[in-house]
Write a protein that binds this ligand. Structure first.
Ligand code: NI
Length: 267
C-alpha cells in the first residue's frame, strides 16, 4: 500500500454545488496503483463470499440465502477483514472531503464501507432509492456516500444517476424490490426519472451523494464487471422527537425473524 501523499481537494464552488444539488462528481480520488491493490482485496472478498453466515455478504436484489445466480452481490464492512483499507488513499481523501462537504470537523466524521458488484453482461438495476430510507428512523442523519468505481463506470456499465436537489425534500415512500421483504434492496416509485443527471466517471474517480439524494444505476450491459467500493461518512446525527414512518424496515425485520424461526424448527 502507498503512503497517502495523493491529496485530492475540492473548491468552494464544488462544496456549494454539492450542498445545493445533493451530489458531486470528481475525476480522481485515488491512484491507478491503489485501484489495482483494491481490486485484489475486492475480488478476494467476492470469491470467498466472506461473512455470508453473519450477513456480511448477500444479494441486494435477491431474497436472503437464495440458491440462484446473484444479481447484485454486496459485501458489508470490508474494513473489518482488511483494516488497511482505512489507511488507503481513497479512504483518507474521501473522509477529508466528506467533512468538508458536510461542514463538520474531521474528528467528528466517522464511516465505513460496502462493495456492490455488477457482474458482466448481467445484473440487476439498482432501482431509485434514498440511502436514508434504509436507516434508523429515530434519528436525522448527517451523512453522505462516496462512490468509487474500480472499473470505468459508464451509463451501460452502471454509473450513478441522481435527481438534483432531491436531498432537500423528505424521505420518499419505499418498498422492497419485488415487494419481497426478504429482499434487502429498496425502491421508491415516487420519482420522475426524466429529471435525472447521469454521472459517468473513470475508474479512480468518485461521485458523492447526500443520504437523501435519489439515485439509480442501470444493469450492466457491458462484457466487463463493474466493481464499486462505497464509503458512507457521517457527522453527529440528530435524535428525532418522533421517529419517521418507515414500515418497510419493520417488514424486513419480521420476515427475517420468521425465516430464522422456520430454520430453527427444521433443525
Ligand atoms: Ni444507495
Amino acid at each position: 500500500m502507498e503512503t497517502n501523499d495523493f491529496n485530492v481537494d475540492i473548491t468552494d464552488e464544488q462544496v456549494t454545488f454539492f450542498q445545493e444539488n445533493g451530489y458531486l462528481s470528481i475525476p480522481r480520488i485515488t491512484t491507478d496503483k491503489e485501484i489495482d491493490w483494491l481490486k485484489g482485496i475486492y475480488d478476494e472478498l467476492f470469491t470467498e463470499r466472506t461473512g455470508e453466515e453473519q450477513g456480511r455478504y448477500f444479494d441486494l436484489a435477491g431474497p436472503r440465502a437464495h440458491k440462484g445466480k446473484e444479481t447484485l452481490p454486496q459485501v458489508l464492512g470490508p474494513e473489518g477483514q482488511f483494516p488497511e483499507l482505512r489507511e488507503s488513499i481513497y479512504f483518507q481523501n474521501a473522509r477529508r472531503l466528506a467533512a468538508k462537504l458536510l461542514t463538520v470537523e474531521m474528528e467528528k466524521v466517522g464511516g465505513g464501507g460496502h462493495m456492490i458488484l455488477k457482474p458482466a453482461n448481467y445484473g440487476n438495476e439498482t432501482p431509485w432509492h434514498q440511502d436514508e430510507a434504509y436507516w434508523n428512523p429515530e434519528v436525522l442523519p448527517h451523512s453522505l456516500s462516496v462512490w468509487l468505481p474500480l472499473d470505468v463506470a459508464t451509463i451501460e456499465s452502471g454509473c450513478l444517476h441522481f435527481i438534483p436537489k432531491s436531498h432537500k425534500g423528505e424521505v420518499r415512500w419505499h418498498r422492497h424490490i419485488n415487494n419481497d421483504p426478504l429482499v434487502h434492496g429498496l425502491v421508491t416509485d415516487d420519482v420522475d426519472p426524466s429529471e435525472a443527471v447521469v454521472c459517468p466517471i473513470p475508474a479512480g474517480g468518485a461521485t458523492f451523494h447526500h443520504c437523501r439524494t435519489l439515485h439509480y444505476s442501470a444493469p450492466n450491459s457491458t462484457p466487463y464487471q463493474r466493481r464499486a467500493y462505497i464509503l458512507v461518512f457521517s457527522g453527529p446525527p440528530q435524535k428525532l422527537d418522533k421517529p419517521s414512518d418507515r414500515p418497510w424496515i419493520t417488514e424486513e425485520q419480521e420476515a427475517l425473524a420468521k425465516l430464522k424461526s422456520l430454520a430453527a424448527e427444521r433443525e
